[in-house]
Design a protein around this ligand. Structure first.
Ligand code: 5GP
Ligand code: ZN
Length: 111
């Protein structure tokens, strides 16, 4: 399949990994939008958030995210988790992923 994130999961494209287990890979974003910008990517190819039916898996992802926030030293200063879905939200890769951002002051509403 011609999917960048599947290729990263399969080690066909190099990435800077911060965490990996049987279900997930967590890598540094190639074009970081904050001092900490990690992508949490389910290994299984699913395109959209609303196609994930296993609610407990979503909970696991959020727990991995806040554990990484802790390890990266942004738990107390602040962190943001973003899931862009479809065109209006700016999803550019059709393999569901969670952005973990922190290390600077962020604005609201997001752009
Ligand atoms: P989206 O716009 O779909 O929410 O997020 C896709 C993210 O993947 C972007 O932040 C982009 O910088 C990142 N990205 C795209 N290609 C690569 C890559 O080859 N390696 C890594 N580490 N990140 C990538
Ligand atoms: Zn994929």
């Amino acid at each position: 399949m011609n999917c960048i994130f599947c290729k990263i999961v399969n080690n066909e494209i190099k990435s800077d990994k911060v965490f990996e287990d049987e279900d997930l890979i967590c890598i540094k974003d190639i074009n970081p939008q904050a001092p900490v910008h990690i992508l949490i990517i389910p290994k299984k190819h699913v395109e959209k958030l609303h196609q994930i039916e296993d609610i407990s898996f979503l909970g696991k992802i959020l727990k991995v995210a806040y554990k990484i926030a802790e390890k990266q030293g942004i738990k107390e200063s602040g962190y943001r988790i973003v899931i862009n879905t479809n065109r209006d939200a700016g999803q550019s890769i059709n393999h569901v992923h969670f952005h973990l951002l922190g290390g600077r002051i962020m604005h609201w509403p997001p752009g």
